[in-house]
Ligand binder design. Structure first.
Ligand SMILES: [Zn+2]
Length: 342
């Protein structure tokens, strides 16, 4: 007998097939010492009008990344059914327990939701949420954008990104959608990063044939105003691009996007020792191979010289570690370099 797919245990309060504007929660029943019969309320907004494409917009996959959460909250209050042809599904706190706690990982099971897709309907809380998104929401979506930023430990040049789909037709649609989003920079993720790239929400979307995009809108555990503005405009332009809203409702066209890529481990700089991280370049700088990137100081042994680390490749500094106190193996920077796209 073939395996039947195991059903999600999560219960949405909204009917995803119904026309109109619906707001409510996806209930994840979670029985604890403090709340025996309670549920975790994952907020969801659905705006639908007739037939047409579906866009799924998510943020709060990592709970300490805020630009996307603010952009989607604003979008949820702006969109009305009469503006829409098709459907927009908005999930601003995708990993609700992590987002409520302002932490990258869930305080309940300590899991990073963006490293466990496609999730597990019978797993711990974070695995159950990932499974619901993967099995119930992504299959409805023509396009998925999962809004990230650098979180507490990193800061980014605000940008959009995509992991290149293995399907050439889908990749072409990713590039068109990135142009429509119109971030000043966007980078195409390669496969050699060792960053759990096949277990992300975006990889789940790609596996199911949706146009899958992401962002890195800033970081430092705060709201980057420039990154927020890029997201606000970009999300509306994506809806115009998909034909879900008409240009009568939104008339700020995208700006040109500079395409970059991250070509592998040489684009990353890691701390070789623990200590105090002194950056020698700034976010957005263009650097060359061999250029000093950072010093690691050890005030615990002030007679010891700092360790100096150099970039192994040339490119633009896209991402920088924030906390000065650093352990061996921490990522200090990553680079991106120009990419020719058709
Ligand atoms: Zn993130």
């Amino acid at each position: 007998m073939p395996d039947t797919p195991r059903p999600s245990r999560l219960v949405p309060e909204v009917d995803l097939a119904r026309d109109g504007r619906q707001t409510g929660f996806i209930r994840l029943f979670h029985s604890t010492h403090d709340s025996a019969y309670g549920f975790l309320p994952i907020p969801i907004v659905v705006v639908k009008n007739g037939e047409g494409p579906t866009a799924l917009f998510t943020s709060g996959n990592h709970g300490d990344e805020y630009e996307g959460q603010v952009a989607l909250t604003n979008l949820a209050q702006w969109l009305t059914p009469d503006m829409v042809q098709g459907r927009v599904i908005i999930l601003p706190m995708a990993n609700y327990p992590a987002a409520l706690a302002g932490r990258r990982v869930s305080p309940i099971d300590d899991l990073n939701m963006n490293r466990i897709f496609p999730g597990d309907p019978d797993g711990t809380v974070t695995r159950q949420i990932a499974h619901f998104i993967d099995s119930q929401l992504i299959p409805l979506a023509d396009l998925v954008i999962d809004l990230h930023s650098g979180g507490s430990s990193l800061n980014y040049v605000p940008c959009a990104l995509a992991k290149q789909s293995a399907d050439p037709a889908l990749y072409a649609k990713q590039l068109a959608a990135l142009r429509a989003f119109g971030a000043p920079f966007c980078y195409i993720q390669g496969g050699a990063q060792g960053q759990g790239g096949d277990q992300t929400l975006g990889s789940g979307a790609d596996r199911r044939g949706s146009i899958s995009l992401g962002t890195e809108l800033g970081g430092c555990g705060t709201v980057n105003p420039a990154g927020l503005k890029i997201a606000e405009r970009g999300l509306r332009n994506l809806l115009v691009h998909l034909g879900i809203i008409g240009q009568t409702h939104w008339q700020e066209p995208p700006e040109p996007t500079r395409f970059l890529d991250v070509r592998g481990q040489d684009y990353y700089v890691y701390a070789p020792e623990g200590g105090v991280f002194e950056p020698l370049v700034a976010l957005g700088d263009m650097v060359v191979a061999g250029q000093p990137a950072a010093r690691i100081h050890t005030p615990e042994t002030p007679w010891q010289k700092p360790v100096e680390i150099a970039f192994k490749a040339a490119g633009m500094v896209m991402c920088q570690r924030i906390p000065a106190r650093t352990k061996r193996g921490d990522c200090l920077f990553h680079l991106a370099s120009d990419l020719a796209v058709d």
